[in-house]
Design a protein around this ligand. Structure first.
Ligand code: S3P
Length: 759
């Protein structure tokens, strides 16, 4: 039961908005007394009869007498006169707030008419409504799960803002704050413009000759698009008049877009047409995902980026896994497409001539960040629809300058490979990322690219050279030879991609083999790459020809299942169509050295990449010293391998893996903390770890709480640990699982993991 927030609340203007607040306050018992003021005696009587208010006054001064809170819900054009009438009668300290859809004009009126009392005026805008208007439509649930924007000014008393915020929260709304001018611009674009279009479209068609015919044949699209043309004309008249400048600039912006669309139709430019519609599709999907509070992929401009990053942080913290102990994995599990190959399919498809068709594309947030970046650079990309993508290549020199920074989310691969590719463009680009990516080292890529003549600046956070990264275009590049100081496919790929634009030969020698998808795929696009031992070499100035690509299932995502099926007694899984490129199969080699029962069936080639169906059966594992040569070949799979090590008989020792410290999290430390939380004895080294395993037939983990630090692979690895735990494992911060493995929770649960997602 709520205790009242206010003694007496006065609503001025008892229509849908005012009446619904009265109804909600009443329902929640948030005011001892609710009264209303307004011109129409009939409305006031109706309000009383409906039980919304205790008394109604046509004299506004009488209405606000003794009220602690006054909510002005008149049309915006009547607010100045309302403020003037109530100002002398307000009790000391009374708070005034409003529900107007335009804020600048209302604040000006309040300043003019409320005098010194303006400090207790809290401008607000509940974003809720229906096509129905009037007190009869009042609805106590109108504000539930809707947003209310408050736009306090410098002179607004923070205590008054807090009281209004509390009221809206108590009736179920989500309260946001922003500047009034920002509010008016945003609303002009997202609400006022669509209303203008709906009113105008219906009127335009209705004025045409025989409009009955038009309406008779109008289908669902017309009804959906024009629903809001049934809104209250007086209210909308006021909004258009009071928010004139912002509405005009939104209308002009739209007129430009309409002219572009018209021109594309007129000239039969199908790429331009598809471009508009595929971009709109993806923007709308993003908008729906944001509203559904699922995790999202891309942020676009700086303001968006900030608010969306905040959103993602909040969401990241709010998605967690709880996995009950025990069980086993069995059946067939088709894991999603390979992340590394998916990134490259978009990049090379975009730079090719012709249309590249991709199947099996990973619809995870990392690969989608790459896809969005190329859309932002003018590339038309259809899909993804069930893993199918069509990339309308623009050729090596066809990318266009993006309108804003390219946001890479959590994805190191997107950022590093793009740095190389963007170094060869004629335009400047800024690359940004989420909190985790913003801590990762980028100088390892920037340095060799500078040797090639590129102009790149990173942010010097503690000398690490982190994002944001600024790549200045228009610099001629020359081929170089580079000896990689660390075994990194991302650095190698960035240099090779820059090499496409360089004068002469570019070659890279790696200290140990790393994934070679870039080299293989370039060859598939008809771009010659020579391989000579540890050196890959290409010459600039060639061209890529579009092709068909089939992305195999990701061995890195399969790794969780390889480990899960191995450690839980009685398990057997078949993982079909997994990429087994020899530069990626370290996880299979390491697990086999530990005694795992893994067999490759039906080995074949899928568009230049070897694939196989992988069968894994539960087996007793033993601890090993992991051969350092296998480290780069299993670089992403160590979190899962640490879970296997904790179940093995004896110690497992890893050295030479310092790279793990600069992945999406410091994977040595974060895994060690998780192992400690689950009672697994271990010793941490700068470049690795020693893990003492429990041995076959014994529980390896206690239950406990895991902090994944937003690292997808940490979250999925500890989920598998539950198969050999004595109690439930609760894993926090799991939203980023969607970066590489959308659908993990459902797939794992179907295979036998007792996993529940809490959102
Ligand atoms: C990747 C290379 C690896 C890997 C990453 C994907 C790639 O990074 O960890 O997940 O697609 O090139 P490094 O090259 O930095 O080792």
């Amino acid at each position: 039961m709520n205790s009242p927030l206010f003694h007496r609340v006065c609503i001025i203007g008892l229509g849908l908005i005012g009446g619904s607040l009265a109804a909600a306050l009443r329902e929640q018992k948030l005011a001892t007394e609710i009264v209303a003021g307004g011109r129409s005696a009939r409305t006031l009587e109706r309000g009383q009869a409906l039980g919304l208010i205790d008394a109604g006054y046509q004299d506004l001064a009488a209405a606000v007498d003794g009220a602690d809170l006054v909510f002005v819900a008149t049309p915006v054009s009547a607010m100045a006169a309302t403020f003037a009438s109530i100002a002398p009668a307000l009790k000391r300290g009374a708070i005034v707030t409003d529900g107007g859809s335009v804020k600048g004009a209302v604040i000006r009126a309040a300043r003019q008419h409320l005098g010194a009392r303006v400090s207790r005026f809290v401008p607000g805008h509940p974003i809720a409504g229906k096509e129905k208007s009037g007190v009869e439509a009042a609805d106590a649930s109108l504000y539930r799960q809707h947003r209310v924007i408050l736009t306090p000014t410098d002179e607004t008393d923070p205590a008054a803002t807090l009281a209004v915020r509390r009221m809206w929260t108590a009736v179920g709304a989500e309260v946001l704050s922003m500047r009034a001018d920002q509010h008016d611009q945003v609303l002009a674009e997202t609400s006022h413009l669509p209303h203008l279009l709906a009113f105008s479209l219906v009127d335009t068609l209705a004025r045409q000759g025989d409009s009955t015919d038009i309406f008779r044949y109008a289908a669902g699209g017309f009804r959906d698009f024009t629903r809001i043309a049934s809104s209250d004309p007086v209210m909308w008249h006021d909004i258009f008049m009071e928010n004139r400048d912002a509405v005009l600039s939104a209308a002009d912006l739209f007129a430009e877009g309409l002219a572009r669309f018209r021109e594309a139709v007129a000239s039969g430019n199908s790429d331009a047409l598809l471009g508009v519609m595929t971009r709109a599709n993806s923007a709308r999907a993003r908008f729906l995902a944001m509203n559904a509070r699922t995790s999202y992929t891309h942020a676009i401009d700086a303001a968006d980026e900030q608010s969306m990053n905040a959103e993602s942080r909040r969401e990241g913290a709010s998605v967690s896994f709880t996995v009950q102990p025990g069980g086993q994995l069995s059946g067939q599990v088709r894991v999603p497409g390979d992340k590394s190959i998916s990134h490259r399919s978009i990049m090379l498809g975009a730079l090719a001539e012709g249309i590249t068709e991709v199947e099996g594309f990973l619809e995870g947030e990392d690969a989608l960040a790459t896809l969005q970046a190329f859309r932002d650079m003018g590339v038309v990309i259809e899909g993804p629809h069930a893993g199918r993508v069509r990339v309308h290549g623009v050729g090596l020199h066809g990318l266009q300058a993006p309108a804003r920074s390219l946001y890479m989310g959590n994805s190191g691969t997107s950022m590093r490979l793009l740095m190389g590719l963007l170094a060869g463009q004629a335009f400047d680009t800024e690359l940004t990322g989420d909190a985790s990516l913003s801590k990762r080292p980028m100088e390892r890529v920037a340095r060799p690219l500078r040797d090639m003549g590129a102009s790149i600046s990173t942010t010097d956070a503690g000398g690490k050279g982190t994002p944001p990264v600024l790549v200045r275009g228009g610099k001629p590049l020359k081929g170089i030879h580079y000896d990689l100081p660390v075994a990194s496919a991302q650095v190698k790929s960035a240099i090779l991609l820059a090499g496409l634009y360089a004068d002469g030969d570019t070659s890279v020698t790696e200290p140990a083999p790393t994934r070679d998808h870039t080299e293989r795929m370039l060859t598939g696009f008809g771009y010659p790459v020579q391989r000579d031992g540890a050196t890959a070499r290409l010459s600039g100035g060639g061209r890529l020809t579009a092709c068909q690509l089939e992305v195999p299932a990701d061995i890195s995502s399969s790794a969780f299942f390889l480990v899960g099926a191995s450690i839980a007694e009685g398990g057997e899984l078949l993982l079909p169509h997994v990429g087994i490129n020899p530069t990626r199969t370290g996880v299979i080699d390491i697990l086999r050295l530990m005694g795992a029962d893994i067999t490759l069936e039906n080995e074949r080639d899928a568009g230049g990449e070897p694939v196989a169906d992988i069968r894994v059966k539960s087996a007793p594992l033993k601890g090993i010293t992991i051969p350092e040569a296998l480290v780069p070949l299993a670089i992403d799979e160590f979190p899962a391998l640490f879970v296997a090590a904790a179940c093995a008989e004896g110690d497992t020792v890893l050295h030479g893996a310092e790279e793990l410290r600069v992945k999406e999290s410091d994977r040595i430390q974060v895994m060690a903390d998780g192992l400690a939380a689950l009672g697994v004895p271990h010793e941490v080294y700068d470049d690795g770890i020693r893990i003492q395993g429990a041995g076959q037939g014994k529980p390896a983990f206690t239950g406990g709480e895991i902090e994944s630090h937003g690292d997808h692979r940490i979250a999925m690895s500890f989920a598998m640990a539950a198969l050999r735990a004595t109690g439930p494992i609760h894993i926090r911060d799991c939203a980023n699982v969607a970066t590489s493995f959308p659908g993990f929770a459902e797939l794992a649960a179907r295979a036998g993991l007792q996993l529940a997602v809490e959102d």
